[in-house]
Unconditional design. Structure first.
Length: 180
């Protein structure tokens, strides 16, 4: 009988001495991963902003509006259209970047153009506007196509001061596009 009690005691001790472990880790088998690759934007000018030839009717000056989507100029004051070349052109640009991405356009508030011979006389171009491909109205943002392309044209208002001297006026300005 001593052997049976000893045997039962050993079995009980063996059964009670089993270590019970709690779960200390967890696994998610389908964790999401990814990246967004941004294609650098490019901006290429295909046409300059030029108000064409303008006739000064007297020394009081005036203004010329060149809409962003048209070459039909609107004259105010004592300036008018001239038939002498060059003709008016909207600044035009092609944009490339990431497919279907929204981007913003930045235009300067004003542009100063200087008379090219003496370079002492200046005129100001202001109220710059842009019209994106297929848009019904001027805007400052657009969406690149599914192939990552877009284009736009720019217009503005040229102010001809009183007693402005005749001549050829030229200048430059910066146009910037960046993802929204």
């Amino acid at each position: 009988m001593k052997k049976i009690i000893l045997f039962v005691a050993v079995i009980m001790m063996a059964g009670l001495s089993t270590t019970v472990m709690a779960q200390t880790s967890a696994t998610v088998a389908a964790t999401a991963a990814g990246a967004k690759l941004i294609v650098p934007m490019t901006l290429i000018q295909t046409s300059p902003l030029h108000f064409g030839s303008i006739t000064l009717l007297d020394a009081t000056g005036g203004s010329v509006v060149l809409p962003s989507n048209s070459l039909t100029r609107v004259f105010a004051g004592k300036v008018s259209e001239s038939i002498i070349a060059p003709l008016a052109t909207n600044a035009a640009y092609n944009v490339t970047g990431s497919n279907s991405a929204v981007y913003n356009l930045t235009l300067p508030a004003t542009i100063t153009v200087k008379e090219t011979v003496g370079a002492s006389a200046t005129m100001t171009i202001s109220a710059l506007t842009a019209r994106f491909n297929g848009a019904a109205a001027d805007a400052v943002s657009s969406t690149l196509s599914a192939t990552g392309t877009d284009n736009f044209t720019v217009g503005g208002t040229l102010t001809v001061a009183a007693a402005q001297i005749g001549g050829i006026y030229a200048g430059t300005f910066a146009v910037t596009v960046d993802y929204n």
